[in-house]
Design a protein around this ligand. Structure first.
Ligand SMILES: C[S@@+](CC[C@H](N)C(=O)[O-])C[C@H]1O[C@@H](n2cnc3c(N)ncnc32)[C@H](O)[C@@H]1O
Length: 225
């Protein structure tokens, strides 16, 4: 089984022997791959909805790992207790959903969290900083024209984050950092263009985004080509 670059970027950060839970597992590729590699002995695969959880069961059955997996139908971490997991992946969801899942499970400050927001990364980074989590590193993955960031997070004090750092992160020495900054710059530029074209432009939003754009441009210059 081959993982996509995004899922591989998460899998690479799961420590050997971890008590691993994949929240919002859907297809279940991540826990199944980790068990097949012998990186972990067992895994919990959870999902909010029965259909995706059934897909995970089918993947596990297909690859012969079902007897080493627990399948939990639950919202976020509500069906998982603190003594069952020390490494938790929450991937492929919006940043707000990830924050909501963590806010209902403060015990996750004792865990290694691998978070991969599809949207609203800036809201997630802000929320983490305001709620006793720190980002130790960020890894970037590219699939086609899309870039993704994977945050490796533990409990602790977050260093201050500038508005631009909230958007693009800063704890990354990934080789894809340059293209990631370009990708996010284009996203901020599109949002700015949308605001400026509005019948009644939101000047506060425009000036906040201009500050973000300036910060990303500076980071890009410092990084070089
Ligand atoms: C796009 S899929 C991502 C699947 C996989 N984690 C990945 O990254 O490829 C999102 C999954 O998260 C599940 N989900 C959404 N909100 C959730 C929640 N609050 N708790 C658990 N699962 C959730 C959805 O049912 C869906 O199966």
């Amino acid at each position: 089984m081959d993982l996509s670059p995004r899922l591989q970027g998460i899998a690479d950060q799961v420590p050997a022997g971890a008590r691993f839970a994949d929240v919002g597992t859907d297809h279940g590729y991540l826990p199944v791959w980790l068990i097949l590699q012998g990186r972990i002995a067992r895994a919990i695969a959870s999902d909010l909805r029965a259909g995706p959880l059934q897909r995970a069961r089918e993947t596990a059955t297909q690859y012969g790992t079902a007897d080493r997996m627990d399948f939990r139908l639950c919202d976020g971490l509500t069906g998982i207790s603190p003594d069952e997991a020390d490494t938790i992946a929450i991937a492929g969801m919006g940043g707000e959903t990830i924050a909501m899942i963590l806010s209902a499970a403060p015990w996750t400050r004792q865990c290694r969290l691998l978070l991969q927001p599809m949207t609203a990364g800036e809201d997630l980074r802000r929320w983490l900083g305001e709620n006793g989590y720190r980002i130790d590193s960020e890894r970037i993955a590219c699939e086609g024209k899309r870039y993704y960031t994977i945050l490796s997070v533990t409990g602790g004090e977050m260093p201050t984050q500038t508005p631009a750092e909230l958007w693009v992160g800063k704890q990354s020495d990934d080789v894809l950092r340059g293209p990631w900054l370009d990708y996010m710059m284009a996203k901020v530029d599109r949002q700015l263009a949308g605001h400026r074209a509005a019948a009644i432009p939101d000047e506060a939003a425009i000036s906040a985004l201009e500050e973000v754009a300036e910060g990303i441009r500076t980071m890009r210059k410092e990084l070089g080509s």
